[in-house]
Design a protein around this ligand. Structure first.
Ligand SMILES: Nc1ncnc2c1ncn2[C@@H]1O[C@H](COP(=O)(O)OP(=O)(O)OP(=O)(O)O)[C@@H](O)[C@H]1O
Ligand SMILES: [Mg+2]
Length: 243
């Protein structure tokens, strides 16, 4: 046998493998906040989300939804249990490796938006693309396109503080999708929107889902939850499948 060139190192998140690897896999994850009093926001949660799946997460206030999304988004670590993102065991990674994985593969819509107040709407949407390998020439066209999609083409030079709550939310959605992540995590993405604007955001999500995006959307809105192909319900830190 002749020795061939060394096999290229596969990016475990993007390379196809023989066995379908779930996009997201939580195994017996508990997240406790020490307190006092100690709060177990997640209690032994196991969840597997297939590549390209569209999952909604509902549950009462305080049931652990945002805590779960923070773990999925590598912004927080389980106190106990394992989290695999695209097959990669994330607990073994250091903070730099987690940040790189996050920039490359994840998009976020936070419950509190987290926009940079001194940066324009356009700059806010451009920012994630500086860190995820988007070619320089593509960044601004993509940012503008995403802002047009959420109906904010006329607000690109505004500062976030001068926008309405619903407009800020739409900037957060544009920022999350412009970088074309493989997995989109959204915490109440339509919480401040009227029905028509909300429907526009849901249509955008569905289009991205059809294109292969894996979506996890937290929502209090039953109509938004129904649009997902799979529904998860959190109750007091425990997960169940909803009807
Ligand atoms: N940093 C923290 N320190 C202490 N307790 C926390 C922290 N973050 C969350 N918790 C607690 O964990 C529980 C779950 O909070 P979480 O934010 O995940 O709820 P949620 O389901 O997103 O609620 P909502 O629908 O109101 O956004 C709550 O009881 C909350 O007080
Ligand atoms: Mg929350």
């Amino acid at each position: 046998m002749t020795a061939g060139p060394p096999a290229p190192v596969a990016d475990p998140v993007t390379e196809p493998t023989a066995v379908a690897v779930p996009a997201i896999e939580l195994r017996d994850v508990t997240r406790s906040f020490p307190g006092p009093p100690e709060v177990q926001a997640l209690k032994g949660v196991s969840l597997s989300v297939a590549d390209g799946e569209y999952v909604s997460v509902t549950g009462p206030s305080g049931s652990g939804k945002s805590t779960m999304l923070n773990v999925l988004g590598l912004l927080d670590r389980p106190t106990v249990g394992e989290y695999r993102l695209g097959g990669v065991l994330t607990g073994a990674l250091d903070e730099d490796e987690r940040a790189a994985l996050r920039a490359r593969h994840l998009g976020f819509v936070f419950q509190a938006f987290h926009l940079m107040s001194r940066r324009s709407v356009l700059e806010n949407v451009l920012l994630p693309m500086l860190y995820n390998g988007t070619p320089r020439a593509e960044r601004e066209p993509r940012a503008r396109e995403a802002l047009e999609r959420v109906g904010l083409g006329h607000r690109i030079d505004f500062l976030p503080g001068t926008l309405s709550g619903g407009e800020r939310q739409r900037v957060a959605v544009a920022r999350a999708v412009a970088s074309r992540p493989r997995v989109l995590l959204a915490d109440e993405p339509t919480g401040n929107l009227d029905q028509a604007t909300s429907a526009g955001i849901m249509a955008l999500f569905e289009e991205l889902h059809t294109g292969g995006l894996t979506l996890v959307v937290i929502t209090h809105d039953a109509d938004v939850a129904r649009r997902a192909s799979r529904r998860i319900r959190l109750t007091d830190g425990r997960v169940g499948e909803a009807a």
